[in-house]
Write a protein that binds this ligand. Structure first.
Ligand code: CP
Length: 289
């Protein structure tokens, strides 16, 4: 049974296998479809990209899907997260795609008996996002070795940052964090924003995740944009070949200027596109015998 809980569980070889499988889907060399398999998408936390790109991937794979609506469910009657997942497993579905606010929620599901694909756990891991980020980087540069990336912004509350920083290091990239010092985590190498703009091959911007903050931060949208927003003038200082990434949703005129979102260096929409192929590969991996 092949779960996808966090990338730390996968060998480098397995990561490359998923990326290669995604490429096969993208280049239409893999037309795998599944008959009579059902996947349940259990999103206990809001999502646009992850939830619906999993749905598009499921449609492309010919899967049947159930999309859980937490607001209209028996959670309102006090049913627990565990019992809700147990219910879907008992329906006999073939895989569960789950997002939940609690870090490592999947630890309590080790006996559930159905493959679990983690669509994001709290501030912990977001493996399908990391894989689509890796796919996009590999597609651009053809290698990971020695590429320099700075992940900029609210590192502390970002599961994307945590997933990516670890796996990118394992793949031979030089990884840095940047942005406001209040979001810094000591285990990662910090680089001032203005230096990162000049030196990086990849600038990966993050949203300030106010919904996860327990204390009010001193930044307003305006002051954040002035100090750390990627605007056209800053983009002009980037290396010629350097690219801009963002897992999205992005806040225009906060971490990124509106006219940078679709500029020639931006790969943000490419990331979203690649997410479908990567999620086809992830679903195939979990559903194949
Ligand atoms: N990038 C990402 O996880 O976006 P969603 O929260 O919209 O799924």
């Amino acid at each position: 049974m092949k779960n996808l809980l966090k990338l730390a569980d996968l060998s480098i070889e397995e990561i490359y296998q998923i990326l290669e499988s995604a490429k096969q889907f993208k280049t239409k060399q893999d037309s795998t479809t599944f008959e009579n398999k059902i996947v349940a998408n259990l999103f206990f936390e809001p999502s646009t990209r992850t939830q619906y790109s999993f749905q598009v991937a499921q449609e492309k794979l010919g899967l049947k899907m159930i999309s859980f609506n937490p607001e209209g469910s028996s959670l309102a009657k006090g049913e627990t997260f565990y019992d809700t997942v147990l219910t879907f497993a008992s329906f006999g579905v073939d895989a569960l795609v789950i997002r939940h606010v609690e870090n490592n929620y999947y630890n309590q599901l080790s006996n559930i008996g159905v493959p679990i694909i983690n669509a994001g756990d709290g501030t912990g891991n977001h493996p399908s996002q990391s894989l689509l980020d890796l796919y996009t980087i590999y597609e651009e540069f053809g290698t990971f070795q020695d590429l320099k990336i700075a992940i900029i912004g609210d590192i502390k509350h970002s599961r994307v940052a945590h997933s990516n920083l670890d796996v990118m290091k394992r793949l031979g990239m030089q990884v840095f964090i940047s942005g406001p010092e209040i979001f810094k985590e000591e285990q990662y190498t910090y680089m001032p924003f203005e230096q990162a703009i000049l030196e990086m091959d990849i600038l990966m911007l993050l949203r300030v995740q106010t919904e996860r903050h327990t204390q009010k931060v001193s930044y307003t949208n305006e002051t954040y944009f002035l100090e750390y927003g990627l605007n056209v003038d800053r983009v002009k200082q980037m290396k010629d070949h350097a690219i801009i990434m963002h897992p999205a949703p992005f806040n225009r005129e906060v971490e990124i200027a509106s006219d940078v979102v679709e500029c020639s260096k931006s790969r943000i929409l490419k990331q979203i596109e690649n997410g479908v192929y990567v999620r086809q590969a992830i679903l195939k991996r979990s559903l194949e015998k």
